[in-house]
Design a protein around this ligand. Sequence first.
Ligand code: ZN
Ligand code: ZN
Length: 234
Amino acid sequence: MLQFARWLFQQLFPAACPLCKQTFPAGWAEPFCSSCSAGFLVLPSGRCSCCALPFGGGANSSHLCSRCLQNPPAFSQVHALGRYEKSLREAIHQFKFNNQVSLDRPLAEILAAVIPPGCEFDLIVPVPLSPARLRHRSFNQALLLGRELGKRLAAPVENGLLVKQVETIAQHDLSASERQRNLQGAFRVTRNLSGERVLLVDDVMTTGSTLRACSSVLQGAGSGDIQVAVLGRA
Ligand SMILES: [Zn+2]
Ligand SMILES: [Zn+2]
C-alpha cells in the first residue's frame, strides 16, 4: 500500500531538477539533472593545495600558490564544489539573489561529497552577514548551506559564534590588499574556543580575503584546525 502511494505520488508530482526545472527521468537519484550536473565544472588538479586557487597554463600538480606561501592563511585547506562558472554560478545566483532557498539541500549534498571521508569537524561555522545585509536579504545563504552540511557531516552548526560587526563596502572592485584592509576588524567571535576543529562555510570564494579574515579571528579565539567549504571557487 505504501509503495503504491509512493508510486502514485511520483506520477502526480514527478520530481524535477531544482535548477532547470526539467522533470527527472524515472528512477533518477541525483540531486540535479544530467545537463546541469555537466555544467558543474570541477576544479583542475593543478591548484593551490591550501586555498584551491586554480593554476593556469596547464599546470597539473598541486602546490602552494605564492600568496599562501608568503602569507599563509589560518585555514589549512579549502574544499570547493567546483569553478564559479556556468551551472554552478547560475545555481548560486538563483540560491542567493532569487530566493531559491530550497537549493540549499541539493547543493549541500554535492558539496558534502567533495569533502574527504577522513575530515572530521567539531563545529560548522557559517560566514556571517552584517545585520544590515541580513535584513536586506532576510536569510544568510552560508547558514542554510552550513545547516545542510551539518546534517551530512554529523557536526553541530554554531551560527552566533562568528559575527560581522561592521558594514563593509562591497568587495567586487577592490584589490586583494584593499579587501584585506576593508575587512580589518569586521569580524569577531562571541566565545573562546578550546581547540575545536572548525569547518567554515560560505557560498563563493574569490580572493579569499573574507575567509582569511574569519579564520584568523577563529584561530585567535583558540580554534583547532580550520578548513573551508565553499560551493564556487573563482
Ligand atoms: Zn537541470
Ligand atoms: Zn593558495
